[in-house]
Design a protein around this ligand. Structure first.
Ligand code: 9MR
Length: 407
């Protein structure tokens, strides 16, 4: 019996054109179906005589199925955020996710405002769909996020600190227990560090003065969240995830929080680095964030959780008041910017691959059009991801998966 998978469908639907690496033009290098590089002066191997008939190790034109995940198979899983709608519609991003990635982070389906919009009622149907789909297709699932100030319904903050604690513990116990054995890593708390660089006045560090912080009167809710998650699933890896860890300022405050958690014996397994970059982000600073964790906390692991690269380095007032934002670049990004993106993420991935504490690396979307950065801080074309709007692999994809690709 022929096992007709979504990967086969991708091959048939796209017929090699949408994902072809043929345009990479890079230095005479090539890659075999098993993902092993044949660089240097080796001539490229001839194309396969017949199209493959099963889902693993086949090629689409010159695209190797699984090229991205296989390139880093000895280093870390390569993931992407993906929404339920894309999975249900089996749109090109979902097809590409199946073809190239090894981990899925449901983009919003596991957040508190989806799971428990009203007190006492749990809605797991959105989460179930995308989680089960990922598992059925052999991918890991990162759970995101148990506590995040942008997605907590108001009822989470009601009552005394004890009320809030009991409610939060019940919520986390129920959710983590429900997905036990299916979700292997949780962003237990997301963005709890103070000092948003665009709102420097928050800076009474290290803890973000969120509604949860204010309702509880301290950052103890972080401890409660980790302890409840560990109790509900001792095998799940538990993370604190944060953006801007590539800035020293933010990193130091995050490290202060992790130090405090460690001193209090709070069960934490790792640090998530969102890595929402700009074209001029220094990848050495991102790697320094990994090193900071490695150097201080023996045994903690690192995940890169939400990688993307915005083509707009807006001034602060663009994020604050939507004024002074950079002009829309339109549908066709300049080649030199695409090259800058490719170089930035090549350097990042080379560095991540050298660091054994990095066990999972995820993008925040598949195709450029998927990204939140097309509407934040304003509506505008952005190009943050590995594939363009049509699903063509961009220079950044080639730069990461082929060391001989000339940027
Ligand atoms: O990309 C996500 C978007 O689709 C959701 O509407 C939004 C609210 O749930 O969250 C976005 O993802 C955010 C992530 O959860 C945390 N880091 C910042 C991401 C972009 O806003």
């Amino acid at each position: 019996m022929v096992d007709f998978t979504a990967r086969d469908r991708l091959r048939l639907l796209l017929g090699g054109s949408a994902l072809a690496l043929g345009a990479c033009g890079g230095g005479g290098s090539s890659q075999t179906a098993s993902g092993v590089f044949q660089g240097g002066g080796n001539p490229p191997p001839p194309p396969p005589p017949t199209p493959p008939t099963n889902g693993s190790g086949g090629t689409t034109g010159e695209l190797t199925t699984g090229l991205l995940r296989d390139t880093f198979r000895n280093n870390f899983t390569v993931g992407t955020a993906l929404s339920n709608q894309r999975v249900s519609a089996m749109d090109p991003s979902a097809e590409l996710a199946l073809d190239q990635f090894s981990s899925i982070t449901p983009e919003w389906e596991l957040k508190p405002d989806v799971i428990q919009p009203t007190p006492g009622v749990f809605n797991f149907s959105e989460g179930d769909r995308v989680v089960d789909w990922a598992l059925e297709n052999g991918m890991e699932v990162r759970g995101h996020a148990l506590v995040w100030h942008e997605s907590m319904p108001e009822h989470f903050y009601q009552g005394t600190p004890t009320d809030i604690r009991l409610r939060l513990e019940e919520y986390i116990s129920t959710v983590v227990d429900y997905f036990r054995g299916r979700v292997t890593a949780w962003d237990v708390v997301n963005e709890v560090t103070s000092a948003d660089i665009y709102r420097g006045s928050d800076g009474i560090g290290p803890d973000r003065r969120s509604e949860m912080y204010n309702a509880v009167g301290s950052a103890d809710y972080i401890d409660w969240a980790f302890r409840a998650a560990r109790a509900a699933d001792p095998d799940a890896l538990l993370f604190i995830s944060e953006y801007d860890t590539e800035t020293e300022f933010k990193r130091n405050w995050l490290m202060e929080i992790v130090r405090r958690l460690n001193q209090r014996g709070v069960p934490i397994d790792g640090v998530g680095h969102q890595f929402h970059f700009f074209l001029d982000t220094d990848p050495a600073q991102a790697l320094a964030a990994i090193d900071a964790v490695d150097n201080e906390f023996l045994g903690l692991i690192n995940h890169a959780t939400e990688i993307d690269v915005s083509f707009y380095r807006d001034p602060g007032e663009c994020w604050q008041q939507r004024t002074n934002c950079l002009a829309d670049l339109g549908p066709n990004p300049p080649d030199d910017m695409l090259a800058q993106q490719a170089q930035l993420l090549r350097t990042l991935f080379e560095g991540l691959a050298l660091r054994s504490s990095v066990e999972s690396v995820s993008f925040w979307g598949v195709r450029d059009g998927d990204s939140w950065l097309n509407s934040s801080p304003i509506e505008r074309f952005n190009y943050p991801l590995l594939f363009d709007r049509e699903g063509q692999a961009k220079p950044v994809f080639h730069a990461i998966t082929d060391p001989n690709y000339v940027i």
